[in-house]
Design a binder for this molecule. Structure first.
Ligand SMILES: Nc1ncnc2c1ncn2[C@@H]1O[C@H](COP(=O)(O)OP(=O)(O)OP(=O)(O)O)[C@@H](O)[C@H]1O
Length: 249
């Protein structure tokens, strides 16, 4: 369990409190600049602020970055890819913190190959790949670091806008994978901008506004009133066959 208690990061986030539990997929939504990346970075142990963030009872600030790399994987927004590498070399780099390209890594990649469309990317130069193709490799590289068969110590999977640049097919495939990793027992937290997809796939949603929590809970907490307040967008809620769709007016 990852626990946040009165965490604040200068004027970027907070104070915020809440918990993220193993086995659950939490999706962060909120306008540009509302603090999603800052919060994810703090949860990854990259930023230190006021208050406390603990993972399994241990304060993140007391854990070295080296040690943290065994417990969590983080996909950052706008990751710059190293030049001159091939697709499989990027994945091999991603496997370094968890012992290199072992048989378990190869098996995990073969499991991820179909949903993320990896097979055509292994032998490609990274600088020749489209934005979405690069993103698919980065997602695979992040997932394999905490896949239970590769890294039984993996607990926390953090992704900042994993759907950025992905076509619809791969957006849905990625969300299904995040659900699968949550079902494997990981704590999974990701930021996304598509509110309807967030409501469809999340166990819990955190809606940030100006650095603090405007709403937190199951998808039903996302109402037209909240969207109007946070995003200044007028929407209608359509509920049909168990689905909830927010449609801009
Ligand atoms: N390194 C930094 N130093 C100071 N302020 C920063 C820094 N990075 C971000 N900020 C500010 O912190 C606030 C939160 O930014 P953050 O990147 O966390 O938002 P976000 O919700 O992820 O936005 P987006 O949807 O645009 O990615 C913004 O006002 C931003 O300008």
């Amino acid at each position: 369990m990852l626990l946040i208690e009165q965490f604040a990061l200068s004027n970027r986030v907070g104070p915020i409190s809440g918990k993220f539990s193993p086995g659950r997929l939490t999706l962060l939504i909120g306008p540009n600049g509302s603090g999603k990346s800052s919060l994810l970075g703090a949860m990854a142990g990259l930023y230190q602020g006021a208050g406390e963030i603990t993972l399994q009872g241990e304060r993140l600030s007391d854990v070295s970055t080296h040690e943290l790399a065994r417990y969590r994987a983080m996909l950052a927004q706008d990751t710059v890819l190293p030049h001159g590498l091939l697709g499989y070399e990027l994945l091999a780099l991603g496997a370094e913190p968890v012992g290199g390209v072992t048989e378990a890594v190869c098996l995990t990649l073969s499991k991820l190959a179909e949903p993320l469309g990896l097979n055509s990317l292994y032998q490609r130069q990274l600088n020749t790949l489209s934005g979405g193709e690069q993103q698919r490799l980065l997602i695979a590289s992040t997932l394999l670091q905490v896949d239970p068969s590769v890294n039984p110590e993996g607990k926390l999977l953090l992704l900042d806008e994993p759907l950025a640049g992905l076509d619809w097919h791969h957006q849905l495939a990625t969300l299904r994978l995040l659900r699968e990793y949550a079902e494997l027992g990981l704590t999974v937290v990701a930021s996304i901008h598509d509110i309807n997809l967030a409501c469809q796939y999340a166990d819990d949603i955190w809606c940030l506004h100006q650095g603090i929590l405007a709403a937190q809970g199951p998808p039903e907490v996302i109402t037209p009133e909240l969207i109007a307040q946070v995003f200044e967008v007028k929407v209608r809620l359509i509920e049909q066959e168990g689905y909830r769709l927010l449609l801009a007016e």
